[in-house]
Ligand binder design. Structure first.
Ligand code: AHR
Length: 297
């Protein structure tokens, strides 16, 4: 495109990218944003317009339409929920701008809606969490602390977890992937599901909110109520080392360089794989303080 922002500073040969990040709801998201910004620099050949949607789909749709108006070379976005994108994706397609999906996925009737997607295997993350529960807490009654309802991360983690140990789940509620809402949801759950002995939290931030709620109720997190979580941000790993969380399945947010490589290829019209899965690991309570201290985010 001929975006006016691709001026002297970025150099005339740079790739203009509009990136719509869904929000800043978690430590994971902050690390992901940093990684993306660090990779899509003018020194690396990019002219980036970055917009934070504050977890509101309407803000994201507006940002995407602005990118069409700017006629950027590539649109990248991390969709807050899976559905509701048909119209704007069609508009982007009609404008001939390639889409790179980041982190979360879409559910759309538009044909061939994106060039490529990079992110984690959320279903596998849920499955791995469920395998830990099946092995280490087969009698536990589970409260499932869900992420943003309708998001790929919530839908698929729940699918993977419930496929294995769904019978152990006694209740569910969403904490919208934030610490504050995770705390509120668990305060309520302690009343509604007093028999729950384990929480499966769809991310670390909500797990940290859960710890606050459990301690406020005079119970011991990690013992009276065990916690299994997803992400592996430093605060989460610290709680694991402190024995307040029992197990964490990693979701790795640091893939800015891989994303930059994909965007370059897409902008050049080269072939790219339809999906790139970011590799994850898992952490149990044998994790040491040095792992926490060495964590970059
Ligand atoms: O989509 C990835 C998820 O979104 C992360 O696990 C969570 O922390 C974030 O809010």
């Amino acid at each position: 495109g001929d975006s006016e922002t691709a001026g002297a500073e970025a150099g005339s040969g740079s790739i203009t990218v509009g990136f719509s990040q869904l929000g800043a709801e978690s430590g994971w998201r902050t690390a992901n944003t940093e990684s993306v910004k660090k990779a899509l620099t003018s020194a690396n050949g990019f002219d980036l317009t970055f917009v934070d949607a504050q977890q509101k789909q309407e803000n994201q749709i507006k940002a995407l339409r602005d990118f069409i108006t700017q006629d950027v070379d590539v649109i990248a976005f991390s969709p807050v929920i899976e559905t509701g994108w048909d119209e704007v994706l069609q508009e982007i397609k009609d404008a001939g701008i390639p889409v790179v999906l980041v982190d979360r996925t879409v559910d759309t009737t538009v044909e061939d809606p994106f060039a490529t997607w990079i992110g984690a295997d959320f279903e596998q993350e849920g499955k791995t969490a469920g395998e830990w529960v099946a092995k280490n807490a087969p009698d536990a009654k589970v409260f499932e602390l869900q992420g943003t309802l309708g998001s790929g991360a919530q839908v698929d983690r729940e699918k993977g977890f419930d496929a294995g140990v769904g019978k152990q789940v006694v209740g569910k509620a969403s904490g919208n992937f934030t610490r504050a809402e995770g705390k509120t949801a668990v305060e309520a759950a302690l009343q509604t599901y007093p028999d729950a002995t384990l929480i499966f939290s769809h991310n670390d931030d909500m797990a940290l909110g859960a710890i606050e709620a459990i301690e406020a109720a005079g119970k011991v997190p990690g013992e009276d109520i065990r916690i299994v979580s997803v992400d592996g941000v430093r605060d989460g790993l610290q709680a694991l080392v402190d024995k307040k969380i029992n197990y964490i399945v990693e979701c790795n947010p640091v893939f800015g360089d891989q994303l930059a490589g994909l965007i370059k290829k897409v902008a050049a019209g080269e072939d790219v794989p339809k999906k790139t899965i970011v590799q994850d690991q898992a952490f149990d309570q044998t994790t040491t303080q040095s792992v926490v201290d060495g964590r970059a985010y």
